[in-house]
Design a binder for this molecule. Sequence first.
Ligand code: SF4
Length: 367
Amino acid sequence: MDKPVELTGLSQPELVTFVETLGEPAYRGRQLFAALQHRRLRSFDEITDLPKELRIRLSEIARASTLKVESQYTSSDGTRRYLMKTHDGLPVETVFIPEERRDTICFSSQSGCPLQCTFCLTAQLGLLRSLTAGEIVEQIMIALNDAYGIGVKPPKGTNLVAMGAGEPLLNLDSLLKALRVMADPQGLHIVPNRVTVSTAGVVPRILDLANTSDRPHLAISLAAPTDELRDVLMPINKRWPLEDLLGACKAFEKTLKPGERLTFEYVMLDGVNDSDEQARQLANLLNRHGIRSKVNLIPHNPADPLPYQPSSPDRVERFKNILESKGVHTYVRRPRGRDIFAACGQLAARQGTLNNLTELTSIGANN
Ligand code: SF4
């Protein structure tokens, strides 16, 4: 039997073509798209405005959803982490972060990750596989349905960040496909301008993204101001060292819109990359390339067995002041969901939590 078609990864025109191949009129495709993407229904049984025979036919050859939520955790700060499984049993993690102005959903682009950043727990899983466009879209649907109710419009709008498990630029085709599907005004209607993709520095794909029309924003995880240290913290640096990476960033800069900045993420590791001298090296590196950018300082999220501790708040503040004194726009990111292993670098399909935890029951496949 052919593999079932994952309908959540299809755009509206593709769904129309799909139903037409079944001998159905085009409007059935539009109906199906609205049911899946706008009403966020997750099984054919729920799409009662389609004739029963069509629903039976669809369930034989296609899937309305593929991810199953195995467990979910809610942090004392309101952050929610979902641990899901793909149809072939692989872990996928998604984090919903409520914020005053606009909620953020941090999604995964791969199950596990092939890169070996030494400060990241996900690295320890290795790459299990890249996710399909449908699996990327479904993560957003599941988080929104859980946070607001099935099909309810998010009251404040939604930002997306591809900062969960995986290196998004190693799954660029599926990622861009998912973003196109989600941008449809008759579906989720989350436009690329609301999406930030974070990369460890896959230089050729940064250049590809620069040439993509209607692209998302880009963030680069830097973690070190010198090749010597970055080779250790982010081994991808041996393949594409800092000069190559910043050269690609410079090319990307040409595509920035007015007011848009490239983001550099800098995880702060106590005694490893947080000295005054390293702050000056970082400022000099960025200033030498003159890229319109900002730096986000992210205190490390400790997790056994990672060998690092977060820099102290005083150290982070001093590092920030040095960068700013050299004209670098710098922000400090507040860690969210640390107690439930939902924070940056902590996603490793853990079933547990630290403390302050409310564990909810499994919400099943159809939420
Ligand atoms: S930090 Fe990102 S790219 Fe690096 S190992 Fe973790 S998930 Fe992969």
